[in-house]
Design a protein around this ligand. Structure first.
Ligand SMILES: O=c1[nH]cnc2c1ncn2[C@@H]1O[C@H](CO)[C@@H](O)[C@H]1O
Ligand SMILES: [Zn+2]
Length: 348
């Protein structure tokens, strides 16, 4: 199939995105409006010239440098209206790529400088996602993030607030931020609370830290999924454990190259993981910061790693399987995907 034909098919395939950050997905045109409403002048006046301030450069040397990009947008994501809108627009952006199910993650404590409580931030994000579900015909859930550089109290408060919204659109809790400086063992108490309160856990691990962090996340923090897990290959016995326990990996190819989780595409282990039978899923992480979208992620995998259409569909269905959804909801999502694949004439 030619390049255009294959992009078209990848675009049409029903997809999921299990790992997308709210503050990494703000459209430049939206940021311009949010700044105007607040009476703040941005360093660029149109969406094209604003992009370089929001998007990471090819020269990005580390996760830490990548994370500095978020400082630019966060000041404008401090009101209920702003975060409701951005959540809604993520549902819209997902639907534009036939992404039928999306789990949007955000850190409540990063949206409180104008007085919102953690619970209020959650309510506004859930409202935006529900409005998006109605208007764009997709399914959306939220994940609340604890930040590695935040204190124990702040993170415990996130878990408590999130647990109150389980069953109302809140799917799980996560740990994000600077992995190299804050290893997962510092957060045992925080995620013990999530187990007590019965909210599922996913942890960013094996991105800016080694495979040991994946081990810690699964065995001590109770992670049911791992964000990225790129560096899992550094320890074959930990890889074996992840395989045996069938812990899905939320891989985000474009972001993983930018943050230097690996040095280059030729050592990106996604093909190796897939062939070993790991439950690899494909996600965007931060569409605007990374300059990506879910179709592009699959296109890169087809181009660089020779994934066939049926292998790409397997990756997609891994994502459906790994979704933080009730069994009955997952079954109906599966059915929806099978019908769409059949209509596209794609074998599954
Ligand atoms: O790939 C990542 N690894 C670790 N942390 C991340 C990544 N992408 C975004 N964030 C962090 O999560 C916060 C809440 O969404 C963002 O502000 C950013 O600091
Ligand atoms: Zn992430």
């Amino acid at each position: 199939m030619d390049k255009q034909g294959s992009y078209k098919l990848l675009h049409q395939l029903p997809k999921v995105d299990l790992h997308v950050h709210l503050d990494g997905s703000v459209k430049p045109e939206t940021l311009l409006e949010l700044a105007r409403e607040r009476g703040v002048r941005l360093p660029a006046a149109c969406k094209h010239t604003l992009i370089p301030f929001m998007q990471v450069e090819d020269s990005c040397a580390s996760l830490k440098e990548y994370l500095s990009k978020f400082d630019f947008v966060l000041p404008f994501l401090q009101t209920g209206e702003a975060i409701e809108r951005v959540a809604y627009e993520i549902a819209e952006q997902a639907a534009e790529h036939n992404c039928r199910y999306v789990e949007v993650r955000f850190a409540p404590q990063l949206h409180r400088s104008m007085g919102l409580s953690a619970e209020e931030t959650i309510r506004f994000v859930l409202d935006g996602l529900k409005r998006g579900e109605r208007d764009f015909g997709i399914k959306a859930r939220a994940i609340a993030i604890c930040m590695r550089h935040h204190g124990r109290e702040d993170n415990l408060a996130v878990v408590k607030a999130a647990a109150r919204y389980v069953g109302q659109g809140m799917a799980a809790v996560d740990l994000a931020g600077d992995e190299a400086s804050f290893p997962p063992e510092l957060f045992r108490e925080v995620f013990a609370l999530s187990r007590t309160l019965g909210i599922p856990v996913t942890i960013h691990a094996g991105e800016a830290g080694g495979a040991d962090n994946v081990y810690e996340a699964v065995t001590h923090l109770g992670a049911a999924r791992i964000g990225h897990g790129v560096r899992l290959k550094e320890n074959p016995s930990i890889l074996e454990m992840v395989l045996e326990r069938r812990v899905p990996l939320e891989m985000c190819p474009v972001s993983n190259i930018q943050t230097k989780a690996v040095t280059d595409w030729n050592v990106y282990p996604i093909r190796e993981y897939f062939d070993r039978g790991l439950l690899v899923t494909v996600n965007t992480d931060n569409p605007i910061v990374s300059g990506t979208n879910i179709t592009k992620e699959y296109e890169i995998l087809a181009e660089k790693f020779g994934f066939t259409v049926s292998e790409l569909v397997k990756l997609i269905m891994n994502g459906v399987e790994a979704a933080f959804l009730e069994d009955s909801e997952k079954q109906s999502l599966k059915l929806d995907f099978e019908q769409q694949l059949q209509a596209l004439g794609v074998a599954y």
